[in-house]
Design a protein around this ligand. Structure first.
Ligand SMILES: C[S@@+](CC[C@H](N)C(=O)[O-])C[C@H]1O[C@@H](n2cnc3c(N)ncnc32)[C@H](O)[C@@H]1O
Length: 271
């Protein structure tokens, strides 16, 4: 069934080299680049996945961005979690429809958008962030995604509650199903996580260095062994491949190390 792109929608144009350009469709505008001009008018009304030509004859694929493609192009304030890790996080933290999830900090909102989709319309994402400027960037990224990307799934996504708060100072929300920490010193929040995560709930921490994971594991073992069971520590390695005629091989470049994913489960302390 045809599903044409509309005025006000965000789409990506992809050229023959795979470069993508993000545009917000506005009938009075045009997109100009070194291979010519394309007026938005010629794109509005085309089916998702159509091909358009610039006035210089250069061809572009018109597509509605996936969340991963949107994240790649959105404005970033902080370092984001890469889509390859977000995919694993959703599974390892078992983010389920209807869940109440707390994350800290919100950063640029990359993980938040995936969480909002995964918890669904009956779920809730509570995001703590201590820096105002990141809150603003994240809100803007999240609103733009759900308001202008047709396939974002706004109606089926969860409620977002954003709090300008330092998670090291406390978590006022209780009986949480999941807590996801993407910040430098997750061990400083363990006491609050212990109080706020429900029994059986999952704590997931994302950290780039092994020293952070070591310190987190040690702290958990020394002070919180009664309340948490470590379920695993993971790293996601994703290598792209390319096909060029008879040459089929891995791409030369890859995003190698990004971060470690640390997963623990809250248990009721033994008396
Ligand atoms: C690496 S970024 C998070 C990126 C985010 N997960 C994303 O995918 O876009 C870390 C964020 O945590 C915030 N942060 C650091 N310590 C915090 C704390 N104690 N409480 C709340 N937010 C904190 C930082 O300001 C920053 O925005």
């Amino acid at each position: 069934m045809a599903n044409p792109v509309k005025e006000g929608e965000l789409v990506h144009l992809i050229d023959k080299k795979g470069r993508s350009y993000r545009i917000l469709l506005d009938a009075r505008s045009s997109f100009t680049f070194r291979h010519g001009t394309i007026s938005h008018d010629t794109i509005i009304g085309l089916d998702d996945g159509s091909v358009v030509k610039s006035n210089y004859g250069e061809k572009f694929l018109v597509i509605r961005p996936t969340l991963a493609e949107y994240i790649a192009k959105m404005r970033k304030g902080s370092q984001i979690i890469y889509p390859k890790d977000i995919a694993a996080i959703l599974m390892l933290a078992d983010i389920f429809p209807g869940a109440t999830v707390l994350e800290a900090g919100i950063g640029s909102g990359a993980l938040t958008m995936a969480l909002l989709r995964a918890v669904g319309a009956d779920g809730k994402v509570i995001s703590y962030e201590r820096r105002k400027e990141f809150l603003k960037i994240a809100r803007n990224n999240i609103e733009t995604f759900f308001d202008t990307v047709e396939s974002a799934g706004k109606e089926c996504s969860g409620e977002l509650i954003v709090k300008e708060k330092d998670v090291y100072e406390g978590i006022e929300d209780k009986e949480l199903d999941r807590i996801l920490l993407d910040l430098q010193e997750p061990w400083r929040a363990l006491k609050h996580v212990e109080e706020s995560l429900r029994n059986g709930g999952i704590l997931l921490c994302y950290n780039p260095t092994v020293l952070q994971i070591f310190k987190l594991s040690k702290r958990l073992e020394m002070k919180y062994a009664q309340s948490f069971r470590v379920m695993g520590i993971y790293e996601v390695i994703m290598r792209g491949w390319e096909v060029k005629g008879r040459s089929i091989r891995p791409e030369h470049r890859m995003v190698a190390h990004t971060g470690f994913i640390f997963v623990a489960r809250k248990c009721s302390p033994v008396e």
